[in-house]
Design a protein around this ligand. Sequence first.
Ligand code: ADP
Length: 256
Amino acid sequence: LELSLQHASKLEAVGRLTGGIAHDFNNMLSIVIGNLDLARGALANNEAALRRVESAIEGAHRCAELTSRLLAFSRRSSLQPSALDIAAFMPGLVKLLARTLGERVTIATDLDDRLPEVCVDHAQFEAALINLAVNARDAMPDGGTLGIRIQGRAAPAPDGGEDARTVEIAITDTGTGMSPSVLARVFEPFFTTKEAGKGTGLGLSMVYGFVQQSGGTIAVESSPGQGTRFVITLPARVGRSSPSQGAGPGAAAEPP
Ligand code: ADP
């Protein structure tokens, strides 16, 4: 799936706009919540009014949750990339995913044992994989398998020099899949097929923005009834190789 430059700059503009709005909105919302809390305290013996104020507070908290998601979405423009050893990072993340996804989802991982390091914002990397995993779960209401396959690949350098390397992360699910018309719009900000309150349509926009700013690419394949496969390709970090690769004299000295 190819995304046009125009789409990317639209995404950027939407990100900046939502960030600005969400920030102002959040400030005003804290005034609303603060005053509602005070009103609640003063209404101790008026049950009907109390119930109304309480439902207003609940609504305001939901708004606050949405704005914090919007802020997180717009913040993706300030990534702080640093070296990441994916092989060391994944076990913790897989544990987190197992807890988040519930018992109906089986997680099958397959990691190359010699993965090069990548250079990404660690929090955003984690958020991107969580986003893909949660979408996969939502597409498998009766349960299924989430596949996480991570491989190192050699990409021949165009000038015939030393091969550049990439890391390919494939996230697959055995869920409902998508029709071509949904598939064409998945990375669009605010596009969602989920019922109101369940989806913001920002998850995959965030993933897309993260991958793009990390110098990588993302592709998706899906058809109804066949599940879905997202593939993120990230450039390997240039420079020092990862500790797991640089098998020095001490590396083999581990007792059996
Ligand atoms: P949200 O999850 O809030 O709807 P996303 O941007 O993460 O927003 O996803 C947009 C839409 O793409 C979803 O509403 C859904 O229709 C579709 N989608 C994303 N991932 C999958 C998947 N793994 N299987 C089926 N549909 C998916």
